[in-house]
Design a protein around this ligand. Structure first.
Ligand code: GLV
Length: 324
């Protein structure tokens, strides 16, 4: 009998067609989020599930789906999946690294530039019909070229951003990461490891790219914001919860930092009302990897992982269970 797979989120039809070549498939064909209970119900009798960053695969769901053998995500971040609970049950978890690195780095850079140069704020001003005359200090922002780029989290995406900054914009690149990069990786990026507080104090533009975990919860909060330059910008393309959104909104309102660009939010798709109320923040709805080619590649990788795992082969991009 062919294994059964659930596609928990509406995805490109070609992806479902490919899965049907290998599996019995039940797919979410509507632009709706299934509740936890519905997801659990639909997973009964299924061996595999295709998810994104949004479906919560927690210990209760794992316990309630005894036949599940593979959880394959089209996202690179996997804080929505209880990897330890899956590992304890022998369920393989996969994510989608690499295929989105350059696209996400492009977006991080775009968000940084939009934030530094006040593109969204000035566009809102123009659309509101408020542009009556030009003046010398009209929407002056901060230079990106030649500035100090701070990167918190120097994985694949952080490194791709560092390359753009150093090689394309002549930026001085400093970073903080749990572990320092090997010298042969660091050198071509012209990137320099610094202590986290030095990163906060020296960055003109600070971009956050660390995965979310209990350890990175509110890695940027009031204390960290207070260490930043009043002229600095903060960009979060990592996950909601890495930045304390309430503390950030207050810092922006009081101009303790100049501006922020956020693609991810605590409790998204809800956005903290205080962030919606301040002008000096660019807000985008979690779209850093959103080009059609990249989203197709991410989904295809999740499919390839399902085919491998449920076909008895090694996953292409497994997520390691945390050390216990
Ligand atoms: C998106 O946020 C991802 O983790 O791929």
């Amino acid at each position: 009998m062919r294994p059964s797979v659930l596609v928990a989120r509406q995805v490109f039809p070609a992806i479902v067609t490919r899965l049907r070549e290998h599996f019995e498939v039940e797919a979410n064909n509507e632009p709706v989020d299934w509740s936890h209970a519905e997801l659990m119900h639909r997973l009964q009798g299924k061996q595999g599930v295709f998810v994104a960053a949004t479906e919560k695969i927690d210990a209760a769901l794992v316990a309630g789906c005894p036949e599940l053998r593979a959880v394959c995500s089209m996202a690179v971040g996997y804080n929505n999946i209880d990897v330890a609970a899956c590992a304890a049950r022998g369920i393989v978890v996969t994510n989608a690294p690499d295929v989105l690195t350059e696209t996400t780095a492009d977006f991080g850079f775009a968000l940084m530039m939009a934030t530094a140069r006040r593109i969204a704020e000035s566009e809102h001003f123009l659309r509101a019909g408020r542009w009556k005359r030009w003046s010398v200090d009209f929407f002056c922002g901060a230079d990106v070229h030649g500035a100090t780029l701070g990167i918190l989290g120097m994985g694949r995406i952080g490194q791709a951003i560092a390359r753009r900054g150093a090689l394309g914009f002549g930026m001085r690149v400093i970073y903080h990461n749990r572990s320092r990069l090997a010298p042969d990786v660091e050198a071509p990026l012209s990137a320099c490891w610094v202590d986290k507080d030095v990163l906060l104090a020296q960055a003109d533009h600070l971009i956050v790219v660390v995965p979310y975990s209990a350890a990175s919860h509110h890695a940027i909060g009031s204390r960290e914001l207070a260490l930043m330059k009043p002229t600095a910008t903060l960009i979060n393309i990592a996950r909601g919860g890495v930045v304390d959104d309430a503390a950030l909104a207050q810092a922006l309102a009081e101009r303790r930092i100049a501006a922020a660009g956020l693609d991810v939010f605590e409790g998204e798709p809800s956005v903290h009302p205080a962030l919606l109320a301040v002008p000096n923040v660019v807000l985008t709805p979690h779209i850093a990897s959103a080009t059609e080619a990249t989203r197709r590649a991410m989904a295809q990788l999740a499919v390839d992982n399902l085919i491998a795992v449920l076909g008895g082969r090694a996953p292409l991009t497994p997520v390691a269970a945390p050390a216990s």
